[in-house]
Design a binder for this molecule. Sequence first.
Ligand SMILES: *Cc1c(COP(=O)(O)O)cnc(C)c1O
Length: 393
Amino acid sequence: MSETWKPKTKLVHAGTRRSQYGEVSEAIFLTQGFVYDSAEIAEARFIKSGEDEFIYARYGNPTVRMFEERMAAIEGAEDAFATASGMAAVNGALFSALKAGDHIVAAKALFGSCLYICETLLPRFGVEVSFVDGTDLDQWQAAVRPDTKLLFLEAISNPTLEVIDIAAVAQIAHANDALLMVDNVFATPIFQRTLELGADVVIYSATKHIDGQGRCLGGVVLGTRDFIQDTLVPFLKHTGGALSPFNAWVMLKGLETLDLRCQAQGTTAQMLAERLEGHKSLDQVLFPFLASHPQNQLARQQMSAGGTVLSLVISGGREGAFRFLNGLKIVKISNNLGDAKSLVTHPTTTTHQRLTPEQRDALGIGDGLVRLSVGLEDGQDLLEDILQALEVG
Ligand SMILES: *Cc1c(COP(=O)(O)O)cnc(C)c1O
């Protein structure tokens, strides 16, 4: 690979390892283990494995390594480790870097399972967690202490689509020798250069845009070679969160079209946000690139597009939202995002059901809010589908 390749070239070619057959499409090495030519070679490989030397698929596999190297090339990271799901990636990144007695600061608007790790699991192992409003830099500054090891946030929060100032939070972290870890699912590797903004570790659920066609679970953690090899890998290779070679292959194929899909979905999302804002059945349209978005200016500095997800606040609360969901014909009711199919979800009764009404209020998740992940369908068809479903309400 050449360092000068542009992202779209890297998405197609970076990390490719060809076998002796010279296959065009990446091979699926569906093997749990590897054969050594001699006992001496086995011994040497357990002491130190070279570039193309593998031991066991929980530690690494050629197909998985292609996916990791392609992701690292795209993100501009020194190294990457792929995991069985996005949550294995978040869990691995946090637990591998922390020990009892440490303190972390996290934005309070987190994906449900990330919140469970920060609120319930980490404290059980003696890690203290302070939650802040991620958009308020004073709160980050005030929460950081000498024993703070890392700051954790989602670049764009789910489902309210708040945008956090990555460069400013990175500065606060680094002034205190703490790491900034960013779950970058909503911003995507295409729309935001998160490491260049100052993050130390970037995490993706590959289940979302990277697969992008709703097939497989997967995740990846990206960072410096030291962090990945010395901190993360020892934890993950012994705790078993490895990505399956088949899923890695699906993700590699997904990466080839990632830019095309994100650009197309992002363009349709922007159009829908603009056309729907002000509709009589909507109290609010939330999308980072709408001028009405509270962090619009920051979003435009930090990202090249507003993302592929918008949230709509439907008049009439839960009933209005349910009528809207049930009235949609093209858009499907499902809780994935980043998919080729447009998907809609009602967070208060599904993904955020576990929270108390007070907790949901604090996060700005009302009964009328629905999250719309924009797919690859024709934008005009989607607009008409949404408009007819709003008429039902
Ligand atoms: C989906 C998601 C995850 C978890 O990913 P899985 O692949 O489902 O384990 C974590 N963070 C965010 C922001 C997500 O959207």
